[in-house]
Design a protein around this ligand. Structure first.
Ligand code: ADP
Ligand code: MG
Length: 318
């Protein structure tokens, strides 16, 4: 297989149908039409082998996750995903791996109406960069910088499962399928993001851990937040851990790809209907306050110190 055969293989797995794609894969550039009344929002993310995923991970899982992390960014802006660019760096022209990768990538793309419009294929240490373009109605995008004191802090889904899966995997433990799924096949909350546009005040997706990501929101919004630890949504498997261990994973662990948003408290009663419609738990976990920083409160009011928050690629890891 050479580079062009690999590109043909990718193209065959991503049929083109979107009338707003005036020109898709095959020329020097793609040409896209942004409909009137909409803004283009765009995001890019790189997954490096043995940093973001194990080089030995099943290729379909890598394909799924490579797109899912960008879909999650788009969800946090309240936008509708449309077009993707895919940059593949491959150690060798391994068509088997590329087919597997595209199986995961294209299945998720199809579910979200995303069309692949171009990319680049080069040789080097295994890594994937996905650039995703999305549309949002002008004036309806969600930001990190618009939380207001008094808002409720709400999260979708369950927090901490991906971090637990990673911890167990790295310790050589048997990881149950449901946990493995949380780590390798996150479900981006695009539908929730679309509902939150025009309703939530601020929104972010949880990729680096709740404290790190909510920290971005409070800094950008120039306010503070408190989190009520006993409300952090947990699954049965997380509840088998001690409170302290579970909270550490839920506050500091990354890779949840849930949405964290702030909402004026008068809208609290809408959460039940939205959760029902989307079949997705939505949990009020705290409040935005005036001031700065995040305080994590146990039921008895004691403050929980959870240590350094989030993953930083340029900090030495333990
Ligand atoms: P150029 O040399 O003009 O950059 P390439 O040979 O890199 O073009 O790519 C040829 C066409 O195939 C382009 O339209 C490009 O967008 C597309 N392409 C290349 N690699 C990928 C990929 N991994 N995924 C999707 N499209 C790709
Ligand atoms: Mg090129």
């Amino acid at each position: 297989m050479d580079e062009f055969q690999l590109i043909d293989l990718i193209r065959e797995m991503m049929p083109a149908a979107d009338p707003d794609v005036l020109l898709g894969m095959g020329d020097d550039c793609a040409q896209l039409r942004v409909p009137q009344g909409w803004d283009l929002v765009t995001t890019t993310d790189t997954l490096n082998a043995d940093v973001h995923f194990a080089a030995s991970a099943p290729a379909p899982d890598v394909g799924h996750k490579a797109l899912a992390v960008s879909l999650s960014d788009v969800a946090s802006m309240g936008a509708l995903p449309r077009w993707a660019l895919l940059n593949l760096v491959l150690p060798r022209a391994d068509s088997h791996w590329v087919l597997g990768f595209m199986e995961g990538f294209s299945a998720l793309a199809r579910r979200h109406g995303v069309e692949l419009v171009g990319g680049d294929t080069t040789r080097g240490p295994l890594g994937i960069t996905v650039t995703l373009m999305a549309l949002v109605e002008s004036g309806k995008a969600l930001y990190r910088s618009t939380a207001r004191p008094g808002d409720l802090v709400v999260v979708s889904g369950i927090l901490g499962e991906a971090a637990l899966a990673l911890e167990w995997e790295q310790a050589g433990k048997d990881v149950p399928a449901c946990l493995r799924e949380a780590l390798n096949r996150p479900e981006p909350r695009v539908d929730l993001g679309r509902v939150l546009g025009g309703l939530a005040h601020a929104c972010i997706d949880l990729s680096d851990g709740l404290l790190a990501d909510l920290g971005h929101v409070v800094r950008a919004s120039d306010c503070a937040a408190e989190i009520y630890l006993e409300r952090l949504p947990a699954s049965r498997i997380l509840r088998t851990l001690t409170d302290e261990r579970r909270w550490r994973l839920q506050l500091g662990g990354g890779d949840d790809y849930e949405l964290c948003f702030t909402l004026a408290s008068e809208h609290e009663r809408k959460l039940g209907d939205i959760a029902g419609d989307l079949d997705l738990p939505l949990t009020v976990i705290g409040r935005v306050r005036a001031g700065s920083g995040i305080r994590c409160l146990a039921r008895d009011g004691t403050i929980f110190e959870s240590g350094p928050a989030g993953y930083d690629h340029f900090q030495p890891q333990e």
